[in-house]
Write a protein that binds this ligand. Structure first.
Ligand code: HXC
Length: 262
């Protein structure tokens, strides 16, 4: 267990950690303090020996994250808004580039900067009470933590335009239909669903998982030819570590592979 301001980190099982944004009275809205805590928490996790999967969620039963903190933004100058956006962008990039999968457990409102935070995770699991939206235009601003870019890449330009320009919320079933989230379950089952994904990931080679995550995220911004070249290079690189030997030997000897973090 490690605590940061308005954020908790807890090891739930060997290799599986849960990061909880803990500002339930403000529906876990992201202010500068929470964003800095997220950066500190992921830097701290990177120093730990046994991190195979991270679940990211919001405290309380109502919200994952209801957005960037509107009270904190209300009087910002353009320069302060720029710095705030850059801080958020840094958090999203840190999660996206984190060498371990990060799974968003969306347990309620997932709006604005909260939706952008979930989009920076590797995938999204949602409770059937969750709702997603990018309501920024109603506040006189466009999204500022990467929503116009990541949402369009994940659900396609048409759904992104519809969500961002109307500002309307969509429910979990609709989020599943447009592939904004990967799976929906009852609120009481959400953590267990996250754990089940975490356990499957944790049983695999951490090196191979990290390489595959990197390839998929970087490949989104490359053409097919370069993406495939990069895949060849990282595929070859995987043969220089112990996991490839262990994984293939275990298969051929008909036993389970045991991968340790190097
Ligand atoms: C600050 C927030 C907040 C937010 C909720 N709260 N969302 N505070 N920033 N984004 C606070 C409320 O002020 C209130 O505080 C408490 O949380 C409970 O919220 P209520 O509104 O009373 O709850 P409810 O009526 O159930 O409505 C829930 C809600 C609504 C539909 C989620 O709170 C809402 O619309 N919130 C704003 C959603 C939004 O517009 N998000 C995008 C923000 S812009 P008190 O003290 O009164 O109890 C953004 C930009 C990102 O994210 C990019 C930045 C660079």
């Amino acid at each position: 267990m490690a605590s940061f301001t308005d954020l908790q980190l807890e090891q739930l099982e060997p290799g599986i950690w849960c990061c909880t944004i803990d500002r339930p009275k403000a529906l876990n809205a992201l202010n500068g303090t929470v964003l800095s805590s997220l950066l500190e928490a992921f830097a701290w996790l990177q120093q730990q020996d046994d991190v195979r999967a991270v679940l990211l969620t919001g405290a309380g039963e109502k919200a994952f994250v209801a957005g960037a903190d509107i009270a904190a933004m209300q009087t910002m100058t353009p320069l302060q808004a720029r710095e705030f956006s850059q801080l958020g962008m840094q958090v999203m990039a840190t999660i996206e580039q984190f060498p371990v999968p990060v799974i968003a457990l969306v347990n309620g409102y997932c709006l604005g900067g909260g939706c952008e935070l979930a989009l920076s995770c590797d995938f999204i699991l949602a409770s059937d009470t969750a709702s997603f939206g990018q309501p920024e235009v109603a506040l006189g601003i466009p999204p500022g933590f990467g929503g116009t870019q990541r949402l369009a890449r994940i659900v396609g330009k048409n759904h992104a335009l519809s969500m961002i320009l109307t500002g309307e919320r969509i429910n979990a079933a609709e989020a599943l239909r447009i592939q904004l989230c990967n799976q929906v379950t009852e609120p009481s089952q959400l953590l267990e669903l996250g754990l089940s994904y975490g356990r499957k990931i944790a049983a695999n080679s951490p090196t191979a998982v990290a390489l595959a995550k990197e390839l998929i995220h970087k490949g989104q911004n490359l053409d097919l030819q370069y993406g495939c070249q990069m895949e060849t290079e990282l595929f070859a690189l995987s043969f220089s570590g112990a996991d490839q030997t262990e994984g293939m030997t275990a298969f051929l000897k008909r036993r389970s592979a045991t991968f340790s973090l190097s």
